[in-house]
Design a binder for this molecule. Structure first.
Ligand SMILES: [Zn+2]
Length: 133
């Protein structure tokens, strides 16, 4: 195990590094086996809807644990590329794995309180009109 899920100071559960990662290393390769059509996605429970991530033009992937527990931070240390969380800088053992929801393609809008010096506040708010067709 390279990572573990435990309670986070950021938000609920978080994902933490159990070893060091170098920039460019895959921290988590997502399990993309649970895919739903846009129609099926309407029946997903509201609490689960935040875990829907666009897969292709016709479907979503329902993001599974542990990757669903990766929190957002404006001082993120990973980015989502091809359904993997990839380290964008050196990550040390014990650090929380943090993603940038603004560029991960999921289109979530929320108020961020990650506490980083460069916190951008309203995440995704400006992009809502660009995301919906
Ligand atoms: Zn923030």
């Amino acid at each position: 195990m390279d990572i573990e899920v435990r309670l986070s100071k950021t938000h609920g559960f978080g994902v933490f590094a159990l070893r060091d990662f170098k920039p460019g290393e895959v921290v988590i390769a997502w399990n993309t086996s649970v895919r739903l059509s846009h129609e099926q996605a309407e029946y997903v429970a509201d609490a689960e809807k935040v875990y829907l991530h666009p897969y292709d033009a016709h479907s979503y992937v329902l993001v599974q644990p542990p990757e669903r527990y990766v929190n957002h931070s404006c001082a993120h240390n990973t980015e989502v590329i091809d359904f993997c969380d990839i380290a964008v800088r050196q990550i040390s053992i014990g650090e929380e794995i943090l993603s940038n929801y603004e560029t991960d393609g999921a289109g979530l809008s929320f108020m961020c309180n990650c506490g980083s010096l460069h916190c951008r506040g309203a995440i995704g708010a400006k992009k809502t009109s660009e995301i919906s067709p």
